[in-house]
Design a protein around this ligand. Structure first.
Ligand SMILES: O=P(O)(O)OC[C@H]1O[C@](O)(COP(=O)(O)O)[C@@H](O)[C@@H]1O
Ligand SMILES: [Mg+2]
Ligand SMILES: [Mg+2]
Length: 328
């Protein structure tokens, strides 16, 4: 990363992660030729199947972060917080490989991370509100490998130049556009969603004939990183609500190493990130792998989702779908 763009005490950790991201990108490019990266190798603490690349990426980041000032390492792929460097002053939370279900089909995947001040224990470091984060970012491994990062003063985008292996600054201040008509949600779970979420999506789908009086478009990549990159690049809204499936009461996404870092990036790009109602960065969880419902994107769209939660019961039920209160 070019000098002066990153706080000095974070530079060794960020540089180390950039080196690993380059290796991971190369490994992904060789997937299927040299190794079977999507092969199932076990289960993680959250009950998800671990793919070979999940474990390779986790090992590589944990090793590279040694001696970079990181004391506590909280990873999706580790049962508990790991102490890397007793003298370190930082805590690093990481989803080493996001979008694992896309490894075998050549679709964008990524790495999400957030850095906070280290406290005396791993729990005290990570079981606090996300507004404590000093930096957050993701690497996206797609047609281009990119780093999108914030240190609390806007969001920068760097693209990896394969000719010299350097991350080059291409966007000094990414801002979420407000005019997008795209929403992202896994619609196969429609019947499980809470009524306000169904009502919100019903109204998008109703298009010009519904209360929104405009047509919308839908995208679902199933890689949070890819979804975030699209929304930060051109606007829209993402929803992964809690639903009535067993184990999905708080949705699917994990607060500490997925939602909080993405929420910081989204806010720094002028957007909003909530659990449907409340700001993600004001909330904390009581377990390392705890999940949270997650809604983020263009501010007015995210606010609108919260407003649907405040509508009276009859306004969000299927039989009274006119959303009269929104029309007046
Ligand atoms: O398969 P679903 O339920 O649509 O969930 C997709 C979501 O799960 C995730 O893949 C979870 O992340 P991991 O791959 O790191 O477990 C997100 O990237 C994505 O948004
Ligand atoms: Mg993930
Ligand atoms: Mg993951």
């Amino acid at each position: 990363m070019p000098a002066g763009r990153c706080p000095e005490d974070l530079t060794p950790a960020i540089d180390a992660m950039c080196k690993v991201a380059k290796d991971v990108a190369r490994l992904i490019a060789l997937g299927g030729i040299e190794s079977k990266l999507a092969e199932a190798v076990g289960d993680n603490f959250g009950g998800d199947q671990q793919k070979a690349l999940d474990v390779i990426a986790d090992d590589a980041f944990a090793e590279a972060l040694q001696g970079t000032g990181v004391r506590w390492y909280a990873s999706e792929e580790q049962d508990v917080v790991v102490e890397i460097d007793t003298d370190g002053t930082l805590g690093l939370a990481i989803d080493p490989l996001d979008g694992s279900s896309n490894i075998d089909c050549n679709v964008s995947i990524g790495t999400i991370w957030g850095i906070s001040p280290a406290a005396e224990s791993g729990e005290e470091t990570f079981l606090v509100a996300g507004k404590n984060l000093r930096a957050a970012g993701y690497f996206i491994y797609g047609p281009q490998t990119a780093l999108v990062v914030t240190f609390g003063d806007g969001v920068m985008e760097f693209i990896l130049d394969p000719r010299d292996g350097l991350f080059k600054l291409v966007n000094e201040r990414m801002m979420i556009r407000e005019d997008s008509v795209e929403f992202a949600i896994n619609a196969s779970n429609y019947r499980h969603w809470p009524k306000p979420v169904r009502a919100y999506v019903d109204d998008c789908i109703a298009g010009t004939e519904g209360p929104r009086e405009r047509n919308f478009n839908m995208r679902w990549v199933a890689s949070l990183v890819a979804e975030t990159h699209r929304i930060i690049s051109r606007g829209g809204i993402f929803l992964y609500p809690g639903d009535d499936r067993k184990g999905y009461e708080q949705g699917r996404l994990r607060m500490i190493y997925e939602c909080a870092p993405i929420a910081m990036l989204v806010e720094q790009a002028g957007g909003r990130a909530t659990n449907g109602l409340d700001r993600i960065l004001d909330r904390s969880v009581t377990e390392l792998h705890a999940r949270t419902p997650f809604v983020f994107g263009t501010a007015d769209k995210v606010d609108r989702v919260a407003a649907y939660h405040d509508l009276p019961e009859q306004e969000v039920s299927a039989l009274f779908g006119s959303r009269g209160l929104f029309r007046v």
